[in-house]
Design a protein around this ligand. Structure first.
Ligand code: HPA
Length: 271
């Protein structure tokens, strides 16, 4: 017997989904939303709370390690009658617990019936020429520079369309002018150097952050459709000459929470 709780991550996710069903009284969920830095207050707009539990009540979840990441799971009934599972905070690779805890939420959601995964994050903007702080941008594709992957072995899954074109089109019915862009993920926890930011621009990136890509891969592996949205909280390091800090990231989230919540509620209503 192994002492590693993630030795069989899919069995652990099945156990967590069973515990989730009995803790929330919801038999099957339709959509999961992962609320990144600054996005947590936006969750209130999505629907009526049915139940809310600390993540640590479920097998395989670790306590929140970062300010702004609440570490709770909320079951919500939307106005259109869908069952939404909202993760108020996420586990990051930079916390040093390995890749399995990072994707455990998405795997649990899929075992609990979810077919649509909405991943939100806070990101540095790589194109201040065209982007505004406080702007939400659809993720069209990603570049994974974390050095990690939630899959191992000969799992050569196709990543041609990680972020569903259909869902992006649907969001644009709600928010016609919304831009899209390529999200580049680093492991963190440091912010990038100005040289790394210039590299990312040269690579064709539009946003930079420390999350989302591993969860998106796990969601695709599980057969779910993925919608990714970045909230630009700052220009990337060195682009405007100001140092970066996490407080600024959270403040931009707070300032735009109502707008982001309305957007998510409308999008979820259309799913
Ligand atoms: N870099 C990485 N992650 C981030 C940033 C950034 O500039 N802003 C918010 N999250």
């Amino acid at each position: 017997m192994s002492n590693d709780p993630y030795a069989d991550p899919y069995a652990l996710a099945t156990d967590a989904a069973t515990a989730l069903r009995s803790a929330t009284g919801v038999d099957s969920f339709d959509v999961a939303l992962v609320m990144g830095s600054g996005w947590v207050p936006a969750a209130d707009a999505i629907g009526e709370t049915v139940a809310e539990i600390p993540v640590t009540d479920l097998p395989g979840f670790t306590p929140a390690a970062v300010a702004g990441h609440a570490g709770r799971i909320r079951a919500v009934r939307t106005a259109s009658g869908a069952n939404a599972l909202i993760f108020l905070g996420r586990t990051h690779l930079y916390e040093g617990r390995g890749v399995e805890p990072v994707v455990h939420g998405v795997r649990t959601a899929i075992k609990a019936g979810v077919r649509t995964v909405v991943l939100t994050n806070a990101a540095g903007g790589l194109r201040p020429e065209t982007q505004r702080v406080g702007e939400a941008i659809l993720i069209s594709d990603h570049i994974n520079l974390t050095g990690a992957n939630p899959l191992s072995g000969a799992t050569f899954i196709d990543l041609t369309e990680v972020y569903s074109r259909r869902l992006r089109t649907l969001v644009r019915e709600v928010e016609p002018g919304m831009a899209e862009g390529v999200y580049i993920a680093f492991r963190g926890p440091t912010y990038e150097t100005p040289a790394e930011i210039q590299m990312c621009r040269g690579f064709g990136g539009d946003m930079v952050g420390m999350s989302t890509v591993l969860e998106a891969i796990a969601a695709r592996e599980g057969g779910a459709e993925v919608l990714g949205i970045s909230l630009v909280t700052n220009p990337g390091a060195g682009l405007v000459g100001e140092p970066l800090n996490h407080q600024e990231v959270l403040e931009v989230g707070r300032a735009t929470a109502t707008r982001m919540g309305d957007l998510l509620a409308k999008v979820v209503g259309k799913l």
